[in-house]
Design a protein around this ligand. Structure first.
Ligand code: FMN
Length: 194
């Protein structure tokens, strides 16, 4: 079964990023795609330490196994589609999302780029400024990992938990991105078969 895993870099478990992710996942589920949302908040111990042990060991994992990153890597390898979601923190992704990008990204490079040809989408929740830069940070990871990235990254506006639900255009974009991701995954599946 086709599967999409979404990583939420917000420390707020049911905040605006999660709401946007849920709208996307609902559209994917309508198309029979299995989904999972993974919260990074409170579960990431460190960023990349540049120890380069992943290039020595080449075992598909980060040498630091005391937090959720190796579990996230396994989920990414298994999935057909990957959603990265982060609120804007000082015009960029959260520390949790950056740790996932750097550690999961380097491990993939050390192991033959194992996310290549998966479908990747980025989403962000923003109060006022820095949304595009935050999306760029996540999209660069998706592209430099060899993933296929459809148009219309998702940006929802809100400050307090739940505010994003009032951003009608942001919700519409999230739903549309879910539909597009489902369409692309199914098209790629068909192409593989033929
Ligand atoms: C440490 C911190 C830094 C933030 N920096 C920005 C920022 O640079 N620009 C902005 O528009 N909002 C900023 N915000 C607001 C959040 O992006 C906004 O509240 C978002 O909706 C939170 O999403 P969440 O509910 O998923 O955590 C910041 C919030 C925090 C806690």
């Amino acid at each position: 079964m086709t599967k999409v895993v979404a990583f939420n870099g917000s420390p707020r478990e049911k905040g605006n990023t999660s709401i946007l992710i849920r709208h996307m996942l609902e559209e994917l589920e309508k198309e029979g795609i299995e989904t999972e949302e993974v919260h990074l908040g409170g579960r990431v111990a460190r960023g990349c330490t540049a120890c380069m042990k992943c290039f020595e060991k080449k075992d598909g994992h980060c040498v630091y196994d005391d937090d959720c990153i190796n579990d996230c890597i396994d989920k990414m390898v298994e999935a057909d589609g990957i959603i990265l979601g982060s609120p804007v923190y000082f015009t960029d992704v959260t520390a949790e999302m950056k740790a996932l990008i750097d550690r999961a990204g380097l491990v993939a490079m050390a192991n033959g780029d194992f996310y290549r040809r998966k479908v990747g989408v980025a989403i962000t929740a923003v109060r006022r400024s820095g949304g595009i830069h935050t999306l760029d940070s996540m999209i660069n990871f998706l592209l430099f990992s060899g993933m296929i990235v459809p148009g219309f990254p998702v940006l929802g506006i809100g400050k307090e938990k739940g505010d994003v639900d009032k951003d009608e255009e942001g919700i519409r974009r999230a739903r549309d991105a879910g539909k597009t991701m489902a369409w692309l995954l199914k098209s790629l599946e068909q192409a593989e078969k033929s």
